[in-house]
Design a protein around this ligand. Structure first.
Ligand code: PMP
Ligand code: GLU
Length: 386
């Protein structure tokens, strides 16, 4: 077929593949329960709809500046100042087609062929493949036995002269765990001392429970933003339930931002003008929507934990944020792909194998869907395993 070595080396996105599978089975009328999903079921904020509706009426939808419209960047700056303790200017921001593209822009901007990018496991499925897309070498650092959060010292021990960046996602997809303040402070210190970028994937950062707050790495940086090695990635997909709009962004020092703008200009020109307007509307509408979503997810988290506790041999770290749980099923089956296939076959339940996130023996079970599906889905898993 004459495909590139790079293309042939890439794995499929397990999350997107299972999402499609679940939707296809539903469309065929199969009684499938999708606990593999990665998007809230809530309708998007009204303000977002109205803003993009007005634009459609005017019929004027064109290319925008590569790094995003001034209106969206103004909202991103205000949002970042309010929640992340740093005040970016327009030259620190790139609006992208999803947080995914923002991460890609970053990796292409900092990684030379053979450079290493470190991230703790369990990690989001796309990190290793995205590092490979930038011709980098992914370096996953596992937590210690029975834990879900890697130690800062174990991550530091993997830094070499080829390390360009560390990627952290807190709260974490898939574990739902929040990295504690001490850990984030230490990572900022290490990265600033070693000249390594610290990319904070803050996409779930406002979806935390039990009165907790996921700390912002910027607050621990000793340097002004334009000299800082801290980069924040964010977006409207999760917090505003706007996955299909495909708007994310990065906040970084100016020099890095300009390099990321060049990458984006050559790859996608700019994010969709309609979606940028909608995202600005969502950010303007703000907190009310996020708080309702967060509160609803916290209740669903409680339901998921209560249902999973009925499976006596399952070990679970109570999720502190996101809409994912990452129970350890290894007492039933160590091979998570085998288990995921078995659950689909025997119980019509979709769950993502832990091995896709770099930690075997676990399954990722989402609680972003309907409450009744969580109860029915975990109930079916229990029966299948019994
Ligand atoms: N980071 C993490 C950890 C995610 O789970 C997702 C979900 N798709 C993304 C980034 C990308 O989000 P999006 O491209 O939809 O903004
Ligand atoms: N981030 C979500 C997930 O982990 C959506 C799918 C994806 O982009 O991977 O399921």
């Amino acid at each position: 077929m004459n495909l590139s070595k790079l293309a042939m080396s890439l794995g499929q996105s397990a999350t997107l593949k299972l999402n499609e599978l679940a939707n296809n089975l539903k469309a065929e009328g199969k009684p499938v329960i999708h606990l593999g999903g990665g998007e809230p079921e809530e309708k998007i904020p009204r303000g977002a709809l109205e803003e993009s509706g007005k634009m459609l009426d005017a019929g004027f939808v064109r290319y925008t500046p590569t790094s995003g419209t001034a209106a969206l960047k103004k909202e991103i700056a205000a949002y970042t100042e309010l929640h992340y303790g740093v005040k970016p200017g327009p030259k620190n921001i790139v609006a992208a087609s999803g947080a995914k593209q923002a991460i890609y822009n970053f990796l292409v901007a900092v990684v030379d062929p053979g450079d290493e990018v470190i991230f703790p496991a369990p990690y989001w499925v796309s990190y290793p493949e995205m590092v490979k897309l930038a011709y980098g070498v992914p370096v996953a650092v596992k937590p210690r036995e029975g834990e879900l959060l890697a130690k800062a010292s174990d991550i530091e021990a993997r830094i070499t002269s080829r390390t360009k960046a560390i990627l952290l996602n807190s709260p974490n997809n898939p574990s739902g765990q929040v990295y504690p303040e001490d850990f984030i402070r230490r990572m900022v210190e290490i990265c600033e001392a070693r000249g390594v970028y610290l990319l904070m994937d803050d996409i779930y950062n406002r979806l935390v429970f039990d009165g907790l707050k996921a700390p912002s790495a910027f607050t621990f940086s000793k340097k002004p933003l334009n000299e800082s090695h801290v980069v924040s990635i964010n977006g409207v997909s999760k917090t505003f339930s706007m996955t299909g709009y495909r708007i994310g962004w990065s906040v970084a020092n100016e020099a890095l931002t300009q390099a990321m703008v060049k990458v984006q200009a050559q790859v996608s020109s700019c994010p969709s003008a309609l979606s940028q307007t909608a995202a600005a509307g969502a950010l303007r509408e703000g907190n009310g929507f996020v708080e309702t979503l967060r509160g609803g997810l916290e209740k669903k988290r409680d339901t998921m934990v209560a249902e999973l506790s009925k499976l006596k041999k399952v070990k679970l770290h109570r999720p502190q944020g996101t809409f994912y749980s990452f129970p350890d099923f290894s007492a039933y089956e160590k091979d998570s792909t085998k288990l995921s296939n078995l659950l689909l076959d025997k119980a019509m339940v979709v769950a993502v194998p832990g091995v896709e996130f770099g930690l075997e023996g676990h399954l990722r079970l989402s609680y972003c869907g309907a409450e009744k599906d969580i109860i029915e889905g975990v109930g079916r898993i229990r029966k299948a395993l019994d």
